[in-house]
Design a protein around this ligand. Structure first.
Ligand SMILES: [Zn+2]
Length: 170
């Protein structure tokens, strides 16, 4: 059984689960800080460290991390064709993609920054955050394949309890 590492952005948003090799690469380049660890130790330069279970990028996300596997189709499926602001069920032709943190304010096109929205809510929100526009998000957007639900059902993976802090609420 493998023990994965959950990679978070500098603002604590879930980016992806990464394999050990990639985790060490980020660690050795001093690009991440360790948030939580597994119980076992692993060899590390000049000694041993506990194997990280959650690491967080020190710098704000580069696009290639947050953008992985993004597709409009998967987003629509994740949000069940429902406007995440007014909860209206939308026909395919009514669906627009809203950037929660608007592109005009540096928001990227990613699962953790995009939601399904009706045209009315999207226009009303414009280049503002939900708070600025007085809109409430149904839930914080997450990567669709990283909901805890899909992991609990996989007995081949260890589950780290601290992951729940970031993966729940889906
Ligand atoms: Zn709406």
């Amino acid at each position: 059984m493998s023990k994965k590492t959950l990679l978070l952005s500098a603002s604590f948003q879930v980016l992806s689960f990464i394999p050990e090799r990639k985790m060490y690469k980020l660690l050795i380049k001093d690009k991440v800080e360790v948030i939580s660890t597994w119980d076992n130790e692993v060899n590390w330069i000049g000694g041993k460290i506990k194997q990280p279970s959650i690491i967080k990028l020190k710098d704000y996300v580069r696009k290639n991390y947050s953008n992985s596997n993004f597709s409009r189709k998967a987003l629509v499926k994740r949000d069940k064709s429902t406007c995440q602001y007014c909860l209206k069920k939308l026909a395919a032709s009514q669906i627009t993609v809203d950037h929660v943190l608007p592109r005009a304010q540096g928001g990227v096109t990613s699962f953790t920054n995009c939601v399904v929205s009706c045209l009315y809510c999207n226009n009303r929100k414009a280049d503002r955050t939900p708070e600025q526009a007085g809109l409430t998000l149904l839930k914080r957007p997450t990567h669709p394949s990283y909901s805890s639900h899909s992991y609990v059902s996989d007995p081949q993976e260890y589950w780290h309890e601290d992951w729940s802090d970031y993966l729940n609420g889906v």
